[in-house]
Design a protein. Sequence first.
Length: 767
Amino acid sequence: MTDLFTPPPADPAESLPLADYAERAYLEYALSVVKGRALPDVCDGNKPVQRRILYAMFRMGLAWSGAGGAKPVKSARVVGDVLGRYHPHGDTAAYDALVRMAQDFSQRYPLIDGQGNFGSRDGDGAAAMRYTEARLAPIARLLLDEIDEGTVDFQPNYDGSTEEPRQLPARLPFVLLNGASGIAVGLATEVPSHNLREVAAATVALLKNERLTDDELHALLPAPDFPGGGQIISPAADIREAYRNGRGSLKVRARWHVEDLARGQWQLVVHELPPGTSAQKVLEEIEELTNPKVKAGKKALLAEQVQLRQTLLAVLDAVRDESNKDAAVRLVFEPKTRTVEQAELIATLLAHTSLESSVPMNLTMIGRDGRPVQKGLRRILVEWIEFRLATVERRTRHRLAKVLERIHVLEGRQLVLLNIDEVIRIIRNADEPKAALIASFRLSERQAEDILEIRLRQLARLEAIRIEQELAELRAQQGKLDEILATPAALRRAVVREIEADAKAHGDERRTLVQEEKKTVAEIKVVDEPVTVVVSVKGWVRALKGHEVDAATLAFKPGDAAYGCWACRSVDTLAVLGSNGRAYSVAVAALPGGRGDGVPITTLIDLESGTQVAHYVAAAAGTMLLLANSGGYGLLARVADLQGRNRGGKAFLALAEGESLLAPAVVGAAHRHLACLAADGRLLVFGLDELKHQGGGGRGLTLIDVDAAAPLIAVAPCAEAVTVVGSGRGGKAKEETLRGAALAAHVGKRARKGRQVAALHKVLRLA
């Protein structure tokens, strides 16, 4: 008896290892997401859901006609037709795509004319689909008008009940005009929008001259053109490089003007925003800066938060959003007083809000070969030109076939009119008039059918004249179509004429200003004065005014003591090295002063979990430091190299397992050598010129040959002498200063073992 719970034996022909099946299934899913949802097509610039929406609306009779637009219908009706015929997914996805194609702040050239609430640039959502109405915009004709002229291939829809186009016969490169944004599996795309006239000019130039240089192409298409305007401040070289590689980042900022008020007052008005930025977002950022919240895990506001608040409130009195139907964007900023410098207010706002930001550019799309590839600007235009030439050729063949068929029919009618009496006699008397006509006049079946279906009114004398005129026109058309198909140059000229006509009909002026500017950097004015930075062993930091600070008189918390004191300037930097090799930086001006104990360094930087502070040094940005570890490796770096914008610091020194950092040593102008001391008493002195400046950090070079049993314990730049601190054979503390011949005995090449310091039984450090 067969066990019901035992599966039947697998057929070897149908079995597949689970790993292979999972790999194949995931690849099929990834390909479906890449090609079926997320990435646009280089040919028509649309994703499948957008293409299906446009095609469905075209078939519903919602296209713009010469006399005006069709009457809009409920969006719910459009979504229902799209889901039922072409797009077997959720209604939310289809409606969201429809809404985006109707938003003039999302697309440079909206393809759908929406009636009702379709959202706002401030993030307000569109009304439900039962409340809004939609129809195709006039420019959508450039995508759909040639759909029934044999221009593109069709494929069965998801259930085989009807067909849908693989691409739309786009008359312009819509992938550049409206751009695209999407995230697939392992791929993403961020194509910015562009100006129609500029794209058309660049395309025409490439059609006329395939050897057009990159500089000439860039002159015709200098940069993206965003729906909301704004200003691109990136250098032209950076934009050109992004277009060449198909990937890059553009710096953009808002545009503004100053309005003068009564009694010398003024206000700053922002009227254009960068892409991805809304008035609501800017207001929220200013609210967060002026009324900061205590961060999670902290008991009070951070020093940076307090400083930013003071900086902003010193120049800004009020901000309000006056955007309305007459002004899509109108953000008004009132200065604290009329004496505030306009440039200072503008720089503060640009540095701390989204009024200046970056826009990614990632020109990844589905190519003509069906593969997702990141393409440069030239390749995008070349592939689209190939598609358009093939489309126009197919359209021409379709039109030529129609013309030839019509000529054939008219030639049959012309023959009838010359022999009308005989034709009437044959039709009246023959049992099979169609066959009789074919036999008598050598007609084709198509001509015979037309004659049998002809109306009596079409047998008048005037009809013969009309047939002659129409035949003349059709033969002229045939000649033009034959020329286009026979001559590649004529085909290109036809495409150029159409592009130029479309650019004239639908083009507009550039909205985004392209003008190079320096990126705004937040500058906090600090009085340059002498200060002394004091750091305790437990990490409490403070800055005391002046350099006349007696370290012996400083007080610390119980159980704490001094780690170090540095006489520097208020504009200098406190560099902090973590036990994991990360470098952190704190502006000396941000350190608390006064008579207190200061603040813990952990309130000024964000240490990684399990990491401790290893060492500190406060100095000017140009100060050269020697950074070394117990494994015998070291490098030269400036204080400026350790600086970073983030509280979390940056990875700088590479440490192997078991290695620890040594205290940084300041390298002065008089120093010519470097002394390295190992735990077993070996001392090696070599020239500093054997080391190199490594501003990016790393592991460094080998300073002295050491091992785990006798690691490197101290390094010190030196000039004429080296002082070693340790103890004699009796254990008594002792210092040994080496100079002249005694020092020369320890001089060697970098990475050597060095020699024992004979006068000391045990070594501790270098003085």
